[in-house]
Design a protein around this ligand. Structure first.
Ligand SMILES: [Cu+2]
Length: 287
């Protein structure tokens, strides 16, 4: 009797432990979250978000995982009921029912409600993305086969530079991740609205930064614009995300988010180090 109860309790604890582990997995706790700014070996989750947009995308992603898991478990349960309760041995005479109005209404309305429940947070993310706040800094980004170039406007000095893949010894010495680091780095201030105008010089590319929840196509002859406000200092890595040719995988994106003072210091250095854009970078009018 006593032993049975102890066994029962142990079983209960195992179930609780399993449920806790599952919940931890689904909510993406620290154990599974990847490092900041770059992917990690055995990464199980999205990269840690450092902007509001990325955080909202991240939470939405996890909500979808929970909903999907619930649906999968329900379908599995129904399948098991059919397999074990309605097999030929247990029900030798099959039912000839073909219609059940209530059931049909239910399995139409329930998925509609699920889709509405998904649509609401989805539109909320979209609203944040399209909120288009006033820019503290504008940067123009041009995709080339196969590197990115960056132009800073006249107000902050008017200069531009190319960012090529950091390779070989240079990469090893830099301590930056392989295939994700660039020789010149785009620098932006922390907690400031940075608006990026993106275009391409030759073929289509896409400027993407996972931890910012940022991805926008770079299209020749067209200017796309998106914004981010990085809430944490650090070095962040992204990649071209539109197949653009032979060296598509070798045109990474590196952004360093720094304090205001460090950004001003970098601007002073950049103005002498990089090519001056006398007319200032050409920006489309934007807020
Ligand atoms: Cu590409």
């Amino acid at each position: 009797m006593g032993m049975a109860r102890a066994q029962h309790r142990r079983f209960g604890r195992a179930i609780l432990g399993g449920a806790a582990a599952l919940a931890a997995f689904l909510t993406g706790t620290a154990a599974f979250a990847a490092g900041t700014g770059q992917p990690e070996p055995w990464q199980m989750d999205l990269q840690k978000p450092v902007t509001q947009v990325a955080t909202e995308i991240y939470n939405f992603h996890h909500l979808l995982n929970v909903i999907m898991l619930a649906i999968v478990l329900l379908v599995l349960a129904l399948l098991l009921v059919v397999i074990f309760r309605f097999n030929e041995r247990k029900q030798p005479v099959p039912s000839r029912t073909t219609h059940n109005t209530m059931l049909e209404v239910a399995w139409t309305i329930v998925p509609v409600l699920i889709l509405v429940a998904i649509a609401i947070p989805s539109f909320r993310v979209l609203r944040t993305q399209l909120s288009d706040p006033k820019a503290d800094l504008m940067v123009k980004v041009v995709g080339h086969a196969w590197y990115w170039s960056y132009e800073y406007p006249k107000e902050v000095g008017g200069f531009g530079f190319d960012a090529n893949l950091l390779e070989g010894e240079d990469q090893e010495k830099s301590g930056q991740p392989k295939l994700l680091a660039t020789d010149n780095i785009m620098v932006v201030p922390v907690n400031k609205i940075v608006k990026i105008q993106v275009t391409a010089a030759d073929v289509m590319h896409s400027w993407a930064m996972p931890s910012f929840g940022f991805k926008i196509d770079a299209i020749p002859g067209r200017l796309n614009q998106f914004w981010f406000k990085a809430e944490r200092e650090g070095t962040y890595h992204g990649q071209c995300s539109e197949l653009c040719g032979q060296r598509h995988a070798f045109m990474p994106i590196t952004v360093r988010v720094v304090s205001d003072e460090a950004f001003q210091a970098w601007l002073t250095e950049a103005k002498t180090k990089y090519a001056r854009l006398d007319a200032g970078a050409k920006f489309a009018s934007a807020r």
